[in-house]
Design a protein around this ligand. Structure first.
Ligand code: C2E
Ligand code: MG
Ligand code: MG
Length: 334
């Protein structure tokens, strides 16, 4: 059993090499689920079903990886109560970590920053992605201490970049609705910057349209308080769904991130290309930086470049990765 992960990693590594097909490099990845006899079951049918469940976990979490079956997967999901208790313990035990995904400037293709994406390293289940716990953290209020931890950790990482000569890289952080509604949000954030010695001008706080279109007057006050700290503000998952242009113009924001749903078929679907193009044009006319998210193909990069988009982010360049790997990549691409 101890060798299984190692062997699976070797399979992944050998599949990762490009295969040449009529002069073009083709890439194949695998999602590997593992069950072990007799630990997980004593006959083939059960073992296959469990390996299958473990494999689906891998697929849900971005593919191209290995996972061993855990009894928790069998009960399909940890119960809400167990999950809540586990999340609380996770904060105390320091089981959260940040992965970083590079943000690439167009057309220069330079790395200009990263988005911090939280992960939970659960000792039983493995790496858990935010879709599985952010909503519950939000409902239970745990998002408040978790959000502060995220900002503090991101500050520590950015300060470490400074020391490595990468101080120009901007760090983007996701804010939850509940965090944003705190009356003393700006003071809380300011204290974290002071404590860590981080420079707020190197940070971008990502908000969503639904958060800011709620109660426009109090939003304006909150946004202005954040801006006085020196941070940059971004509207994430932007779809123009709620926003009216007049509000957007009044909001002191710096960046729009085009929702992934417009990017997926941007190179083939003229409606999506038109929507993305309209967002880029609007953003640029308001003096904002526009970012295309979820870019997986070169054709999407080309289309966004042609539309005048300022930055892109997505698997085409890099998946979110541990902080050490990001640092190594950034030093290499300097
Ligand atoms: P988001 O802020 O829109 O983050 C982008 C998500 O898209 C990330 O998922 C990222 O891994 C994924 N992604 C990036 N490039 C690609 C691509 O090329 N293709 C595809 N299919 N996906 C791509 P992730 O890390 O699972 O995060 C999901 C969401 O959870 C985030 O969406 C954000 O709303 C939330 N989140 C993550 N970290 C935090 C946090 O620290 N605090 C709060 N409040 N929310 C967070
Ligand atoms: Mg985001
Ligand atoms: Mg987004």
């Amino acid at each position: 059993a101890d060798d299984v992960d190692h062997i699976a990693e070797k399979i992944l590594a050998s599949l990762a090499r490009p295969i040449e097909v009529v002069g073009r490099d083709v890439f194949v990845t695998a999602s590997i689920g593992v069950s072990i006899y007799p630990r997980d079951g004593d006959h083939g049918e059960i073992l296959l079903r469990y390996a299958d469940m473990a494999m689906y976990r891998v697929k849900e979490h971005g593919r191209n990886s290995v996972r061993q079956f855990m009894p928790e997967m069998g009960s399909n999901a940890i119960s809400r109560l167990d999950m809540e208790a586990a999340l609380r313990r996770a904060l105390e035990r320091g089981e959260f970590l940040l992965h970083l995904q590079p943000k690439i400037e167009l057309p220069s293709q330079r790395t200009v920053g990263a988005e911090a994406l939280v992960r939970w390293q659960n000792p039983q289940i493995g790496l858990v992605h935010p879709i599985e716990f952010i909503r519950l953290a939000e409902e239970t209020g745990l998002i408040l201490p978790l959000g502060e931890w995220v900002l503090e950790e991101a500050c520590r990482l950015q300060v470490a970049w400074q020391a490595q000569g990468l101080g120009h890289l901007k760090m983007a952080i996701n804010m939850s609705a509940r965090q944003f509604r705190q009356d003393d949000l700006a003071e809380r954030i300011s204290r974290i910057f002071q404590r860590t010695g981080a420079d707020p001008t190197h940070f971008i706080l990502e908000l969503t349209e639904s958060m800011v279109m709620h109660d426009v007057e109090s939003t304006l006050a909150a946004l202005r308080a954040l801006k006085t700290l020196g941070v940059n503000l971004s509207l994430d998952d932007f779809r123009t769904g709620y926003s009216s242009l007049s509000y957007l113009r009044r909001f002191p924001i710096d960046e729009l991130k085009i929702d992934r749903s417009f990017i997926a078929d941007i190179h083939t679907n003229t409606d999506d290309a038109a929507s993305a193009g309209a967002i880029v044009a609007m953003g640029r006319s308001l003096g904002l930086s526009v970012v295309g998210e979820g870019v997986e193909k070169k054709e999407q990069v080309d289309k966004l470049t042609a539309l005048g988009c300022n930055q892109v982010q997505g698997y085409f360049y890099a998946r979110p990765m541990p902080a050490g790997a990001f640092l190594a990549r950034a030093l290499e691409h300097m």
